[in-house]
Design a protein around this ligand. Structure first.
Ligand code: B12
Ligand code: SF4
Ligand code: SF4
Length: 357
């Protein structure tokens, strides 16, 4: 097992823009039990792909993903710190503006990281002088990414369930490359830096965070506004406030993100969002299918589809209670999407109720 090769690979990963790199073996993840209990309790909501046979067997045994695998390289790629936009746009809290999660301000990481992962595989093959069986993923693989990343030494799993690194916080994506070569594994990150802190649990608007460091997706705003394809339960709508795609709250309150500098990647970082992180809700609600597709072509927001995105905006408009939204909401009663129509009707009722008070 070459330590020198491992160091070279990690150095190349950092050169490519990753901020953390570590190695672990393709053995079963340490906290598989938590995942099995989680799906048995239905905490995955409608995300059936997390609970099927393929999902369970592969998570239990990473070797099933690539039988030749001898090592897994775990990587972290930074995304913007939400406080960069808060500083830029103090109107954040003015409720006619929506909020889009920081991870979605730029092009979809499923697309942008692909190139870097392929480059790393090529680099490794050049170094060893032959082809190396490999398989890479970011997010979409049947893997407990955080559990493996913790074992590869990248950080600890916080009470908010995110992987946190003491130097850089938690605003990063995880990616991994399964490799058919033996590399020396890193020491697992064994300390827990949450201590007695409960800020994330206290701040979560829907109390979605469970005591065993898992999330009840049925309650999580990130799930409700992105993965959920149906109605948002009426009793939860007020809790969404002005969040129209994803949620960063349990990370924003985390002291480890407050400490982390926005330029944690040691490169100059400005506000680099390609899309408006705090769009005007009334304007955004008027997006036609063509405009939506154009605006979010390579952006994570497209995952919600126009009907999910406008559903979320209708809820935010209802929560804002601004009567100026009435004309666009009235118009949406004829929208092609039933989901948009029902949520617009709810928003109109919510605004009228607020007016009567
Ligand atoms: C499904 C999913 C979701 C669901 C469910 C989230 C959840 N926490 O389970 C929803 C839609 C809600 C979601 C939301 C978000 N997600 Co998501 N999501 C995933 C996905 C695809 C699977 C997660 C999963 O398997 N959950 C099931 C539970 C049981 O597993 P787990 O969360 O890994 O939990 C483990 C720990 O709790 C551990 N554990 C429990 N106790 C202890 C104790 C110790 C000491 C240790 C070490 C471990 C441990 O055991 C569990 C099993 O290993 C992963 C990618 C992947 N393939 O892993 C991305 C992923 C977790 N998501 C990610 C992101 C960025 C987000 C959001 C921030 C997006 C947003 N802004 O809206 C939010 C964050 C919400 C939150 N606080 O978790 C990143 C997280 C990066 C990081 N730094 O941690 C990931 C890794 C995707 C990626 N490749 O970057 N997500
Ligand atoms: S992402 Fe938001 S809703 Fe989900 S657990 Fe964190 S604070 Fe709660
Ligand atoms: S807010 Fe506190 S408890 Fe929650 S993840 Fe951060 S340090 Fe841990």
């Amino acid at each position: 097992m070459s330590k020198k090769l491992a160091s070279k690979i990690k150095a190349e990963a950092i050169k490519q823009g990753f901020v953390l790199a570590g190695i672990t073996a393709p053995t079963p993840p340490p906290h598989l039990r938590n995942y099995l209990d989680w799906i048995a309790e239905g905490r995955h909501a409608s995300m059936g792909y997390l609970a099927d046979e393929r999902a369970r067997t592969r998570r239990a045994n990473p070797k099933l993903i690539l039988p030749e695998a001898e090592s897994i390289l775990l990587l972290a790629a930074p995304y913007p710190d939400p406080k960069l936009a808060s500083a830029r746009s103090a109107v954040d809290v003015k409720r006619s503006k929506g909020r889009i999660s920081a991870y979605a301000w730029n092009d979809d990481y499923h697309i942008t990281l692909k190139e870097k992962l392929i480059h790393l595989v090529e680099f490794i093959e050049e170094e060893v002088g032959h082809e190396v069986p490999n398989r890479w993923y970011t997010d979409t693989g049947p893997i407990l990414e955080k559990d493996l990343a913790q074992r590869a030494g990248l950080g600890w799993i916080g009470k908010n369930t995110c992987l946190i690194n003491p130097k850089i916080g938690s605003y990063f994506f995880l990616a991994e490359i399964f490799l058919g070569i033996k590399l020396p594994p890193d020491e697992p990150f064994s300390s827990d830096h949450c201590g007695t802190c409960t800020r994330c649990l206290d701040a979560c608007p829907t109390q979605a965070i469970l005591p065993n460091r898992t999330i009840d997706a049925n309650l999580c705003i990130s799930y409700l506004s992105i993965e959920n394809k149906g109605e948002i339960p009426k009793e939860l709508r007020p809790k969404l406030g002005n969040l129209i795609f994803g949620c960063d709250i349990c990370q924003e309150v985390c002291p480890w993100n407050k400490k982390a500098k926005p330029d944690r990647s040691s490169r100059p970082v400005r506000f680099e969002g390609k899309i408006d992180s705090h769009p005007n809700l009334i304007k955004e609600f008027s997006l036609t299918p063509q405009e939506f597709n154009k605006k979010f072509k390579n952006n994570p927001v497209k995952r919600a589809k126009r009907r999910g995105y406008l559903r979320n905006i209708a809820v935010a408009l209802g929560n804002a209670g601004n009567p100026e939204a009435i004309p666009v909401l009235e118009k949406a009663k004829d929208d092609i999407e039933p989901l948009v129509r029902t949520h617009a009707e709810w928003a109109l009722r919510a605004i009228k109720l607020k007016e009567e008070k």
